[in-house]
Ligand binder design. Sequence first.
Ligand SMILES: [Zn+2]
Length: 172
Amino acid sequence: MMGRTHFAFGLALIGAGADFGAYDLTPGLVAAAAFGSLLPDIDHPGSVIGRSLFFVSWPLATVVRHRGPIHSFAAAGGFALLLLAGIVAVCGGWPPPGTGGILAAMVLGYLSHLFLDAWNPAGVPLLYPRRKRFRFPWNVKPECVLESLFSFALSGIALIALTLPLVRGFHP
Ligand SMILES: [Zn+2]
């Protein structure tokens, strides 16, 4: 799937959770979900996140293949721990309130990426180190017309999902 499809899906999900009253939407949660939705493609230097964090994606791509171990539940957990370690290091001690929400939003975005990539013909090794690759019975070729339409629709849904809490909170 294209980066913008993953991005839109991650934003739509984090917005929808707030729309259903699960939490209050904050810029931190939106950013964490958006980051998580793009992060698995760090194993591909040509991806959006791979180009931005090339100093990670280039060496990583020499040891793992695209849609390999990084597209798994284990990697989602590993990156959540790395993010937690980064927050603890920056804050110089115990993580501040709200850290759990940030981690959960990042993992939500990450898992949304794995879900969408399971629509690719190649599938994803969700249970790595087990080799089995998971894919849906109906495949969507990356960057085809169907994906473009899907991506466009998701962008609209994301926009509505993210702005609904603002509209609800607006009392003229
Ligand atoms: Zn991917």
